[in-house]
Design a protein around this ligand. Structure first.
Ligand code: NIG
Ligand code: FE
Length: 403
């Protein structure tokens, strides 16, 4: 790959944890990257020579967005379900079974093409790392197929066999929990870095706290890192369970008690609260109170949750603008949560920050400042860089570190 010097950066937001709001903003800066890693950052006038050079002509640069929660492996869509929700129908997870049916029926090449186009869509909006979950197969073979496919695009793959209890196990929940935490986990683990459970006693389709604990413990014993879908539809055990099991992330967190917020504060070094405001937008439900979590001292991240049911959007800039408008975050807090915060939820320190030794994964903005991410909602100002590197890295892939 060789070295490249990137100049003409109008505003460089490094998210390196320094300065006001932890954003580490530098004016008149240049970056030198060698073989995809940042080797030098400093005043443009002092930049060392490199094999190649690009001039961004005053554009702002931020770390590439880290979308730490997505469900990109699916076929079909549920647009009608969305329309019904906008007319007042509540979401309870029941539609997941519809997508499971469509996904099982899809041919391998068809599914691969769908995932590839969604990954490209995310990159076109500035995302450089994607976590991708299984969860629309729910048989041993279909879950393994989903994870193998996701592994072609990212190392951040998550086994979500415990998404819902599939129809064929409706009369035998216990049998499905045994399958997921036994043979299905054993088959899936070689292709997954993480395990996740939809822990939601408020949904008849998802898993209660005890079922989730059984499955997550089995996942940990199989060497996987833990993530939890929790407290999405109402108060529940998800947050406390995630903290108890030292999960890297508990996602949704739309309904938290004071005790949940206190638990997240105490666990801030290990468990990140990942907020997914696109879901509340698309399900017409109350947003999480991010400002309350930040004030308490919890660690937060932002991600899309791109999926056909609760949020069919891969746009991190849109999520940032929603977080500013609806969750009570400042633009600086929202950007930090969508980069360094979500990197932390993946237990990664080589992404989400532009520092020496980190990956040179950038979001380039057709704008003078990162503020425009929230200020210009819906306008495609962000794109991922590098644009078209061959191979795994082109698809937002970075090497894993231990969970
Ligand atoms: O994160 N809550 C569970 N899973 C997804 C929704 C999946 C679907 O409805 O298809 C979520 O919201
Ligand atoms: Fe999700």
């Amino acid at each position: 790959m060789g070295s490249i010097v990137i100049t003409g950066i109008g505003e460089l937001t490094t998210c390196d944890g320094t300065g006001p709001d932890l954003l580490g903003i530098r004016a008149d800066a240049a970056i030198v990257a060698t073989d995809g890693l940042i080797e030098w950052i400093g005043p443009a006038g002092a930049a060392p020579a490199a094999d190649d050079r690009i001039d961004l002509e005053g554009r702002a640069v931020t770390p590439g967005f880290v979308d730490s929660h997505s469900h990109l492996v699916f076929a079909g869509d549920r647009a009608e379900e969305f329309a019904a929700r906008m007319a007042g129908q509540p979401y309870d997870g029941g539609g997941i079974g519809v997508t499971v049916g469509a996904t099982r029926e899809a041919a391998d090449e068809e599914l691969a093409a769908l995932v590839a186009s969604r990954v490209a869509e995310a990159r076109a909006q500035g995302t450089t790392t994607l976590e991708i979950k299984s969860g629309y197969g729910l048989t041993v073979a279909d879950e393994v197929r989903a994870l193998r496919l996701a592994s072609r695009f990212t190392t951040e793959t998550t086994f979500l066999g415990a998404h819902v209890v599939p129809a064929e196990f409706a009369a035998d929940r216990e049998g499905y929990v045994e399958l997921v935490s036994g043979p299905m986990l054993a088959a899936a683990a070689p292709y997954a870095r993480w395990i996740d459970v939809f822990c939601e006693p408020n949904s008849p389709h998802a898993f209660d706290g005890d079922e989730a604990r059984t499955i997550l413990r089995a996942g940990a014993a199989a060497g996987l890192g833990l993530r939890v879908h929790g407290n999405q539809l109402g108060p529940g055990p998800g947050v406390q369970l995630a903290v108890e099991l030292r999960a890297a992330s508990v996602d949704h967190c739309a309904h938290l008690t004071d005790a949940d917020v206190a638990a997240l504060r105490d666990a801030r070094e290990q468990t990140v609260a990942t907020l997914l405001p696109g879901v509340e937008f698309c399900t017409h439900s109350p947003y999480p109170d991010a400002a309350r979590m930040v004030t308490a001292g919890a660690s937060i991240a932002l991600a899309t949750d791109c999926n056909p049911g609760t949020c069919y959007s891969s746009s991190m800039p849109w999520v940032i603008s929603l977080a500013v408008r609806e969750l009570g975050l400042t633009p600086a807090q929202a950007l930090y949560a969508a980069t360094a915060g979500s990197a932390r939820s993946l237990r990664r320190d080589d992404i989400g920050r532009l520092v020496i030794g980190a990956r040179a994964d950038l979001a380039i903005l057709d704008a003078p400042s990162y503020l425009h991410l929230a200020y210009r909602p819906g306008v495609p100002i962000a794109r991922a860089w590098p644009p078209d590197v061959q191979g795994r890295r082109a698809n937002g892939i970075s090497p894993p570190s231990a969970p």
